[in-house]
Design a protein around this ligand. Structure first.
Ligand code: GLN
Length: 224
């Protein structure tokens, strides 16, 4: 049994449920996937294998976490090496160590992943867009392999953040996208040990390769 919690405070968590069920059927070895909602500190059970922090609005989610004394328990849960955590969009912002707000002494995040994130990186000119995300790591090949090898993924970006800088060598880049405003290649997915961050919303694409990749991380961790 693989138990995945979804932080169901605000944002796109229902779509993640659908994508995870679909991805579970695509794994080479079928798993018994158990999805649970997480809205309280008590629901952050230690025996849960993984957690998704969905996209939405990072300030709203962060205020909820503070009001419900969930910030510290969540940080503690994520830092447990037995757990896998995936933050999408607002979830990426919440996992990041540095955001422009924090540099100005503002809103905090869980500060567990060594990445410097710009909260609304694409926001000024382009609110939302779809673009092919380029996978940069060969370990992703398996999850993204269909009939033929694919090295791009249709990314849905909604007021999306981007990673400005990796703050330690432990972080590896998983994917980049060409910034529609400038044409520059920017980092939009990264992994540090048991934490994955994506700036786009993979749960809104038909292709559930990222969910397959996420489930594979959990299965591999449980096997070791
Ligand atoms: N930029 C948004 C924020 O600051 C995140 C947008 C999203 O999750 N789609 O929270």
């Amino acid at each position: 049994i693989v138990t995945v919690g979804l932080l169901e405070i605000q944002g796109a968590f229902l779509e993640h449920r659908v994508a995870l069920q679909k991805a579970a059927r695509l794994l080479s070895k079928p798993i018994d996937l158990h999805l649970v909602e997480v809205r309280t500190a008590e629901q952050l059970r230690p025996e849960m294998d993984a957690l998704i922090i969905p996209g939405g609005e990072s300030t709203t989610i962060s205020i909820y976490l503070k009001r419900n004394s969930m910030e510290e328990p969540l940080r503690h849960w994520v830092q447990n090496p037995d757990h896998v955590t995936w933050g999408t969009c607002a979830g990426m912002i919440l996992l990041s160590k540095l955001t422009e707000n924090q540099k100005q002494g503002g809103q905090s995040s869980l500060a567990v992943m060594d990445i410097d994130v710009s909260r609304n990186y694409f926001g000024r000119q382009v609110q939302s867009f779809e673009a092919d995300v380029r996978m940069s790591d060969s370990s992703l090949n398996k999850a993204f392999k269909k009939d033929t090898f694919q090295d791009t993924f249709p990314g849905v970006f909604i007021r999306a953040p981007a990673i400005l800088e990796l703050l330690s060598d432990d972080v590896k880049v998983l994917a980049t996208v060409s910034d529609p405003n400038t044409g520059a290649e920017v980092i939009v997915a990264a992994q540090q040990d048991n934490m994955i961050s994506t700036a786009f919303h993979p749960e809104l694409s038909e292709d559930c390769a990222w969910h397959v990749y996420f489930l594979e991380q959990i299965v591999n961790k449980k096997a070791t």
